[in-house]
Design a protein around this ligand. Sequence first.
Ligand code: HXC
Length: 510
Amino acid sequence: MKDILTELEDRRNDARLGGGQRRIDAQHGRGKLTARERIELLLDEDSFEEFDMFVSHRCTDFGMENQKPAGDGVVTGWGTINGRMVYVFSQDFTVFGGSLSETHAQKICKIMDMAIQNGAPVIGINDSGGARIQEGVASLAGYAEVFQRNVMASGVVPQISVIMGPCAGGAVYSPAMTDFIFMVKDTSYMFVTGPDVVKTVTNEVVTAEELGGASTHTKKSSVADGAFENDVEALAEVRRLVDFLPLNNREKPPVRPFFDEPGRLETSLDTLIPDNPNTPYDMKELITKVADEGDFYEIQEDYAKNIITGFIRLEGQTVGVVANQPMVLAGCLDIDSSRKAARFVRFCDCFEIPILTLVDVPGFLPGTSQEYGGVIKHGAKLLFAYGEATVPKVTVITRKAYGGAYDVMASKHLRGDFNYAWPTAEIAVMGAKGATEIIHRADLGDAEKIAAHAKDYEDRFANPFVAAERGFIDEVIMPQSTRRRVSRAFASLRNKKLKNPWKKHDNIPL
Ligand code: HXC
């Protein structure tokens, strides 16, 4: 009996070594942690339960039958984050470069199936040379099995991808179908074809970092939702994000203890809006002043900064925030910001996370680059996402809400539950100058007359009361009481029930 126990321990120790000490040292030498060290940091201490530690590949080509490391390049299992269950897989770059074989894929699929069945998020740590070259099509089949499960899990359990090394070729499409992608600066990259193929096909010379590094994907492509300095920071931030999310689409988000008075008044907000309507101010100040303990988890911070998306808590309950940012492009909507916010709104709606929308939007960005780029279709994504969302929706218009953008930003007409406006709100078809130049075109040569018309338009429309008179705004509120108002609004909506008509699925303008 003792011998058998010793053999188990020996086998476990062997499996824990992955591709061996030399490769572990090389991994550390690159500033990267190993697959197991990452899991240890991600999960609560001693909570990890491993599956399939002894699984090995079945390939007999290219001398592979003589190299059969236990675990086959991926560590899988489940554990807890602050006591809440998650499933995890972590690719082991020290074993065949973390490449995906048929059995490696089966291990990932096993935990994904369990996650869907048992209702817990899947966190995938990616560090892989892609398809296991020695296995050919068996490996491609393995990828497709994972892809299919990504689709099935979408909207059922949150899926989070952390890219901590190479992620290339078709392998990028599994993370791409998950809810959030995080990268590590300087040590991770994602691309469909690498720099060598790019050079051969297009003659472009580009480094891996330029082509698919963290900066590229968080600032230019928007493929990734955040980038962190190193593995340790990335994993700590994933833990922080998981704390905001429900475990699945049948559960409410977790309620945390809170130490911030829901009725807290913020008198400084009464002077947040500058006297000049064209002077910007920082919308993030409003978000952090409304949030419990000023805690804001921003998503896609470096992309389309004219709109802000992320999570806060109100009375300990998770709320998704979408807010125009007047500091960038005057807070207008454009292709990038519409896509960014639409995806965020849909995530919140999938997982029953209420949405707070803070509006200061002068309209859609005009111009040929926007029209040629399809702003009509991309803007419609956000409109559609808000219109279909059945979660509690509370909207606060702080200043401008002009034109179609007024409608889009969770207006009353898109089933906003509480639509508040500050006294500084201006709800109109467009700004006074633009409006005057159109409806008083005949007076364009007369500056005095035009100024008088503009003043008249401003007096009549640059306020929240025309909308409030029609009930499109439920109440004009004092800026200082925003936290109290929106907290009470969301509290009153906790039992909201709203169902869209039955359909197979909708046809959002993709
Ligand atoms: C098998 C692989 C491998 C792979 C790396 N290795 N990639 N083994 N299949 N795809 C092995 C190497 O042989 C090496 O083994 C170890 O992993 C580390 O690799 P190195 O090259 O020494 O490391 P590094 O210099 O850091 O380069 C990492 C790399 C490079 C950039 C990922 O290995 C690379 O380019 N690999 C091939 C990538 C690729 O073309 N993959 C297929 C993409 S197509 P030893 O024994 O020396 O430690 C694809 C299709 C998916 O993935 C389709 C889904 C639909």
